[in-house]
Write a protein that binds this ligand. Structure first.
Ligand code: FES
Length: 351
């Protein structure tokens, strides 16, 4: 089957398989289609159907649909597939991808190991059936062979070309995939994967200097990769990084040892502030992780209280990741109160 994407200026035609996700088919074909989460949440990938009855809506209640204007015959491309040849009007740039990011593709993946970080967070490693190139900060889509729908996960590791990746997942109530993973993490199950996706990466060549990350829960995953990469490439020899990491309490903590080790390795160019939203950090945890600072409160409020626009170096880049409400509030305040330009805010919005 064929999909013909149209804007006022451009037209691009691609082939698409039966049941294939329209966004994935377009990205795999090398097009730049508007998207962010690729999982039905953000509403960025809207397209207008120009061929009647040609599409299948794969997620009727996708939260991203609240962004679709009424009576517009628009769909979310990341949640639609084709039943016949179709024409779709795209709202955003439509051109061939340049080589800034690796072109996404499909992979077969096998779970090779997992660690229960606490009772609701699991980190796990996947082995892919071929080499996988990505840039630190990107994410991948996963689909177990026995479940429908794709979920997005940030890649924690930094090796830029490898057939193994590490991911983090937080259990969500009624979350089909997270329940599946918690149940089968030790059974070497196989999954389908599509990626890499996302542009929340550090761009030193475009003038990025200091890093400020404001992240909640499993949103830390992509930042781990960005920080490790910044250390490996000596970006932190001449720039500084500050991470505000929000967790509920000591029992729900994870990755603190890894962060503590990164601070040590950075020779003071990295500072990590952990914010507990429900408790005060006790002496035990402070002694266990002496390189980290601990505060109490919502992490975006702690961060925004501490950041003053006057002290920001030109090119300071903000990374924001975590629950959608926290991400939206933080992005809004960075823009409105600190006058941070959109190109210096990198968002991981698939939470
Ligand atoms: S990219 Fe489709 S809803 Fe976010």
């Amino acid at each position: 089957m064929k999909v013909c994407f149209k804007t006022k200026r451009n037209t691009e035609e691609i082939s698409i398989a039966q049941d294939e996700n329209i966004l994935f088919a377009g990205l795999k074909a090398g097009l730049t289609l508007p998207h962010e989460c690729a999982s039905g949440t953000c509403g960025t990938c809207q397209g207008q159907v120009l061929t009647e009855d040609s599409l299948i809506d794969n997620w009727k209640d996708a939260p991203g649909k609240k962004h679709i204007p009424e009576d517009t015959n628009r769909i979310l491309m990341c949640q639609s597939s084709c039943r016949q040849d179709t024409n779709i009007r795209v709202f955003g740039p439509l051109k061939k991808q340049n080589n800034e990011y690796p072109r996404p593709n499909y992979f077969d993946a096998n779970m090779i190991s997992s660690i229960r970080e606490n009772d609701e967070v699991i980190s796990f490693k996947l082995k892919l059936n071929k080499d996988f190139s990505f840039i630190a900060g990107q994410f991948i889509m996963l689909q177990p062979n026995t479940l429908s729908g794709w979920r997005a996960y940030s890649i924690c590791n930094t090796k830029l070309s490898s057939d193994e990746i590490e991911l983090v997942l937080k259990k969500t109530p009624n979350g089909g995939f997270s329940n599946w993973l918690f149940k089968y993490a030790n059974f070497k199950k196989s999954l389908k994967a599509f990626g890499p996706l996302g542009k929340a990466s550090l761009k030193p060549k475009s003038g990025d200097t200091d890093i400020i990350a404001i992240v909640g829960g499993s949103g830390i995953a992509g930042i781990m990769a960005v920080l490790e990469d910044a250390l490996k490439t000596d970006h932190l020899k001449v720039n500084k990084a500050k991470v505000f990491f929000g967790l509920r309490d000591k029992e729900k903590s994870f990755f603190l040892k890894r962060l503590n080790d990164l601070v040590l390795k950075s020779e003071n160019s990295l500072q990590v502030i952990v914010g507990y939203s429900e408790t005060v950090a006790d002496h035990n945890i402070k002694n266990l992780f002496p390189c980290l600072s601990f505060e109490t409160g919502w992490i975006h409020e702690i961060a925004l209280k501490e950041i003053s626009s006057k002290s920001l170096l030109e090119g300071t880049t903000f990374f924001v990741a975590g629950p959608p409400v926290m991400v939206d509030k933080t992005e809004q305040k960075l823009k409105e109160e600190l006058n941070i330009k959109p190109e210096h805010i990198r968002i991981d919005r698939f939470g």
